[in-house]
Design a binder for this molecule. Structure first.
Ligand SMILES: *Cc1c(COP(=O)(O)O)cnc(C)c1O
Length: 355
């Protein structure tokens, strides 16, 4: 089965081999050394400012989103939440649940956030955004958002779960306070771990805020992290796989090379399908995903045919868009040959009158 979904995605052979072994005992200096390395690699790849830290939580990406809302923000914050799809909506729900004082900025599906939409919100103290709104494939104008936050001294918290590695992300340059990512997107490891990189300003907030939870506590994660450990049994195997993957990226020329590889796969796909009956959905697409509206057949039906007759997974959308939009991921261990197989299959479907 070839997997072109937006996650979990295909992992490389070296990563998969680790998955075939029992997890080692982890309260050891050897495992701590791996955790220190993971933290160091992540902070370097995000170009985090000096004295930043990274916590690894055994949870899917949403666990880290929730941890940020609980641990970095507090009752006194006035939070801006950018909502352009199902992941923006998730931040809205988290802020509602945890009783944050927030202003929702709604964006039309797959349409760019404009500076005017932030006018009048200068007195807010934090901004939550999903850098790439994975439900629509839209990559937000992070330069505009980062300028706005810097100018108004607003803490910028970025969900880069599907953007890290795939799109340009620089914590220092963008002045980002915290970045969230997860193991099963462009990190191309199996699901189970999400992580948050915290710049000094976010660390100070975590330190000063009262403790409000146990399992997702950043305070405890940071404290144990000082000795390369986690408060509870982590997804040990996933952390070892992350280590292998990050090392692999470094060995192959670094994160910029990996980004270029993903961008090339995306570009090749977008060029390759120009002769097909698809409309591109998103205004400024991320390298991670192409969202498409099929003019002829139903999106869910195309997903089913590719799965059942071609052994290929792509991603249907949920909710209102289920029949209209499908998404093709460009992240994970996809080779140019795999890409060609997908494009050829789509042309074959066209020949059969199914597309
Ligand atoms: C995948 C994703 C998430 C997290 O999803 P989980 O299922 O909790 O891992 C959050 N935000 C974005 C933008 C994503 O792409």
């Amino acid at each position: 089965m070839l997997n072109f979904t937006v996650g979990p995605v295909m992992s490389g052979q070296e990563v998969l081999e680790i998955g075939g072994q029992s997890a080692p005992y982890f309260r050891t200096p050897e495992f701590s050394a791996i955790m220190f390395e993971n933290e160091k690699y992540i902070l370097r790849m995000m170009n985090a400012p000096e004295n930043s830290r990274c916590v690894f939580l055994t949870a899917s990406g949403t666990g880290s989103m929730e941890s940020c809302v609980m641990n970095i923000l507090n009752d006194k914050d006035k939070v801006i939440v950018i909502n352009g799809g199902s992941f923006g909506q998730r931040f809205v729900e988290l802020c509602t649940l945890h009783k944050r004082n927030f202003t929702e900025v709604k964006c039309e599906f797959a349409r760019q956030l404009r500076a005017e939409q932030l006018e009048g919100l200068e007195d807010h103290t934090a901004l939550l955004i999903n850098m790439h709104e994975t439900s629509s494939g839209l990559l937000y104008d992070m330069k505009m958002v980062s300028d706005f936050c810097r100018k108004n001294d607003i803490l910028l918290i970025v969900d880069a779960i599907s953007s890290f590695i795939a799109d340009e992300l620089d914590m220092s340059e963008m002045g980002i306070g915290a970045v969230i990512t997860g193991s099963q997107k462009a990190l191309a490891v199996q699901p189970g771990i999400s992580l948050v990189a915290l710049a000094p300003e976010a660390l100070r907030r975590v330190e000063e805020n009262p403790e409000v939870c146990m399992y997702l506590s950043m305070k405890s994660a940071l404290l144990d992290g000082v000795r390369g450990q986690t408060p509870f049994t982590p997804a040990v195997t996933i952390l070892l796989q992350i280590n292998r993957r990050l090392k692999g990226i470094e060995e192959n020329g670094g994160i910029q090379e990996e980004r270029k590889r993903i961008a090339a796969i995306a570009e090749e796909f977008r060029e390759g399908i120009k002769g097909l009956q698809f409309e591109t959905v998103s205004e400024n697409p991320s390298n991670a995903v192409t969202a498409l509206h099929p003019r002829k057949n139903n999106a869910k039906e195309i997903f089913r045919i590719l799965k059942d007759e071609y052994d290929i997974w792509i991603c249907p959308n949920g909710g209102e868009m289920a029949d209209k939009v499908l998404r093709v991921g460009h992240i994970g261990n996809i080779t140019p040959e795999d890409n060609k197989k997908l494009i050829d299959s789509l042309y074959d479907m066209k020949k059969r009158g199914l597309l």
